[in-house]
Write a protein that binds this ligand. Structure first.
Ligand code: AMP
Length: 381
């Protein structure tokens, strides 16, 4: 019997999940998303939209009544409301898992209790706590919002004593944690999945390059030694063993100077660093997520062709409508998310630059350089 799929969030991730769902008509008959922005990306590819905030209780109840299965593209949904509607729709990953992951303090506590390495951290409840944490960790250290932070927007790096007050004031009473700074040599991630029957499968380790806390580029595969790959993939696997719930998880990690792996954070959803799978692998992360929550056998995750994903971010110089971006080069796949307005650093699309027969990562990196100019947003005069 086909199912109605509900998604909390209809941005680009919801859009690409919806596109995959449309390719599985034997399992999914309809897609409904909750998103506050009218004509959100997912609605542009055929999902029905409930226009409401991701945490809107009434909207979530409405979604659960209309859907057979519910998932999310954003971790800020209200896990308590979701838990209360579990009788109406199957929810994956489970609201209990969401509750832990969406709070960075609970997430890190959970991981360290399960012997999975994370940066040293403490809960912050007062200005005194920040000062105490800094005495323990030294400078720099990161003050982070526990919830609803993404693309680095909830972080403040404290470099010296002079910045402590400014950092504390920046968060205006939000719940916080303080984290020791990890002088990493590389950021990497694993996109892992578990289906409702317990099968676990992961894509190969990739390398992530951030600019101003926002992912800019993913290099698949990561340029690290076999030993590092093995360590990272083992840690990802251990993490999946302890985390409950089905679906795709984005596991972000730091490779330290002495080649150890420390988890930065986990996203309980498809992940920007997995967009390369749209072209590099037989099964995209979006299809994999659906296979996982539908209880289907997970798809093949081998990297067939090395690929670099480059994010198209809104230009810093303006807010507004932009000249459409086009690219026609072989082995370069452009994906725009249908967002009408460019805002500084807003994720508007991405390109996957895929290796042909024998192109090396270095050659792909040169290709990225050659197309950067073509993917800058320019205002429509
Ligand atoms: P987050 O939003 O917490 O994933 O952080 C965004 C980015 O900030 C990460 O991708 C890292 O580049 C950096 N970052 C976060 N936590 C730490 C840390 N403990 N040490 C060093 N860099 C960090």
């Amino acid at each position: 019997m086909t199912k109605v799929l509900g998604i909390i969030g209809g941005g680009q991730l919801g859009m690409m999940i919806a596109e995959s769902a449309k390719n599985m008509p034997e399992y999914i008959s309809k897609i409904i998303v909750i998103d506050p922005t009218e004509n959100c990306p997912a609605s542009q590819v055929g999902a029905e939209q409930i226009i409401a905030d991701f945490k809107d209780k009434k909207a979530i109840i409405d979604l659960a009544e209309k859907s057979d299965i519910i998932t999310y593209e954003i971790e800020s949904g209200d896990s308590d409301v979701l838990k209360s509607v579990e009788k109406n729709a199957e929810i994956n990953p489970s609201p209990d898992t969401l509750k832990i992951i969406q709070d960075k303090y609970l997430q890190k506590t959970f991981l360290s209790e399960n012997n999975i390495s994370v940066p040293d951290f403490i809960k912050i409840e007062s200005f005194e706590d920040v000062k105490e944490g800094l005495r323990r960790f030294g400078y720099p250290a990161l003050l982070k919002a526990r919830r609803d932070a993404y693309d680095g927007r909830g972080n403040f790096k404290i470099n010296s004593e002079e910045e402590v007050q400014k950092a504390f004031d920046y968060f205006k009473g939000q719940k916080l944690l303080l984290e020791k700074f990890v002088p990493f040599k590389m950021e990497v991630s694993v996109i892992a999945s578990r289906n409702t029957k317990g099968q676990i499968k992961a894509y190969p380790l990739v390398e992530n390059i951030h600019e101003e806390n926002i992912l800019r580029q993913t290099i698949a595969p990561a340029r690290v030694s076999k030993e590092v790959i093995e360590k990272a993939e083992n840690i990802a696997n251990n993490t999946m063993e302890v985390l409950k719930g089905a679906g795709v998880f984005g596991i972000e990690m730091f490779v330290t100077k002495d080649d150890n792996i420390v988890i930065n954070e986990i996203a309980p959803r498809v992940h920007n660093s997995g967009h390369h799978t749209l072209q590099s692998s037989k099964t995209s992360q979006f299809e994999q997520h659906l296979r996982a929550i539908l209880g289907l056998e997970l798809g093949e995750t081998t990297l067939i062709r090395p690929t670099i994903m480059y994010n198209i971010l809104g230009s810093k110089s303006f807010n507004g409508k932009y000249i459409p971006i086009t690219i026609s080069e072989s082995d370069v796949y452009l994906k725009m998310y249908g967002k009408e307005i460019s805002k500084p650093s807003r994720k508007l699309g991405h390109v996957n630059i895929v290796s042909n027969e024998n192109e090396t990562i270095d050659e792909l990196l040169k290709k990225v350089e050659s197309i950067k100019d073509k993917v800058i947003t320019k205002p429509i005069e």
